[in-house]
Design a protein around this ligand. Structure first.
Ligand SMILES: Cc1cc2nc3c(=O)[nH]c(=O)nc-3n(C[C@H](O)[C@H](O)[C@H](O)COP(=O)(O)OP(=O)(O)OC[C@H]3O[C@@H](n4cnc5c(N)ncnc54)[C@H](O)[C@@H]3O)c2cc1C
Length: 326
């Protein structure tokens, strides 16, 4: 019996979701009466075994092959299929990032097994049939499901669990595995990439200062940029803003944008439509600045200022500078 956890990494850099997956997997493994076995695939992954152990992995399967140079959903899924068969794994899980869900969907298609994506809780006390709650429709619907299969395939919703190291680190015993792959498994592979942002990204920034239609123009975002810079954060926006061409799509928060989980989300001139909210709801604290006290974002926020953002945002920046003596 084995619980395999696919750890997403990008050229040897573990994504935060991979730590979340291991954190969730520890509870699942306890319920199943088994250990957490991490799966690290491809070039660069060999440097991540200690971190996997710190997050509770008893075994770390290092999957290598000449064709596993960079991320590719077909090759990753085929590798996991072969490893899971070799170990007789009872379950395979990952985190529900785009790549996590893509690999698991490939795995499900290759094996004909059912796959439940984006779970928030899983009850695995019954070996034959697991019960779970998962998010659907961009997070606006919670669905109770059951999963009965010889090998269960699941992903945990991104940000559903806070990543934490294990109280007692796992042994992290490294087991090498070389799958049989050929060119048919490398139809989709990352070959190259363009870096659009440096340093902290929207999805990992501890502070996000966002603007909506209420900002009024592309130039209106200057005061938000200034505040974000003072707080060491990033600027985000709503879809009304990207639709108007005021900011690039990479800045959009929401269902069809980025899901964020900052320590503080400052939402200015944003009504808080459900499609925006699902991308912002994992924020630890929300400050809404809006002229409409009935706006969804205001009623859901931890703090609200009912006023014109063009007056409030520069005033906050000025006060920060004054207190810093700048
Ligand atoms: C399939 C689908 C996917 C979508 N995906 C996304 C998504 O990923 N992200 C997203 O954001 N939206 C998304 N939307 C769009 C979403 O439904 C809303 O239309 C959008 O979020 C509204 O943007 P907004 O809050 O900036 O604008 P509005 O709803 O127009 O709100 C503007 C707000 O600004 C306030 N305001 C105006 N002037 C000021 C001022 N001077 N000072 C302070 N406050 C002021 C107003 O009171 C109002 O609350 C999606 C829609 C669909 C159908």
């Amino acid at each position: 019996m084995a619980l395999l956890v696919i750890l997403e990494h990008d050229r040897g850099v573990l994504v935060e979701g991979a730590r979340e997956a291991l954190t969730a997997a520890r509870d699942l493994a306890d319920q199943m009466g088994t250990d957490v076995e991490a799966v690290l695939i491809g070039a660069g992954a060999e440097g991540l075994t200690d971190e996997a152990a710190a997050h509770g992995a008893e075994t770390v399967h290092l999957v290598t092959h000449d064709l596993l140079t960079d991320y590719g959903p077909d090759a990753w899924a085929e590798s996991v299929r072969q490893l899971a068969d070799a170990l007789g794994a009872e379950a395979v899980m990952s985190v529900g990032t785009d790549r996590g869900n893509e690999v698991m969907a490939q795995l499900a298609a290759r094996t004909g097994l059912p796959f439940v994506a984006n779970c928030t809780t899983i009850d695995a006390s019954d070996d034959d049939e697991w019960s779970m709650t998962r998010v659907q429709w961009g997070g606006s619907l919670l669905e109770d499901s059951t999963l009965a299969a010889d090998r269960k395939l699941v992903t945990f919703a991104h940000h559903a669990v806070a990543a934490a190291e294990a109280d007692t680190a796992g042994a992290g015993d490294v087991a090498e595995f070389e799958p049989e792959l050929d060119d048919s498994h490398t139809i989709t592979m990352i070959k190259d990439r363009a870096v659009e942002t440096q340093g902290v990204t929207l999805s990992t920034s501890p502070v996000v200062v966002s603007g909506g239609r209420g900002v009024g123009s592309a130039e209106g975002f200057r005061v938000l940029e200034e505040l974000a810079e003072l707080l060491g954060g990033r600027v985000g926006c709503s879809r009304a803003v990207t639709n108007n061409g005021w900011r690039p799509h990479a800045d959009q928060v929401g269902q069809t944008g980025t899901r964020i989980a900052p320590e503080i989300y400052i939402a200015t001139g944003i009504s808080g439509a459900i499609q925006h909210w699902v991308g912002a709801m994992a924020s630890k604290r929300i400050l809404a600045i809006n002229t409409d006290r009935e706006a969804n974002m205001v009623t859901k926020a931890d703090y609200a200022v009912i006023a014109d953002l063009h007056k409030v945002v520069p005033a906050i920046s000025a006060e920060i500078r004054r207190r810093r003596g700048a």
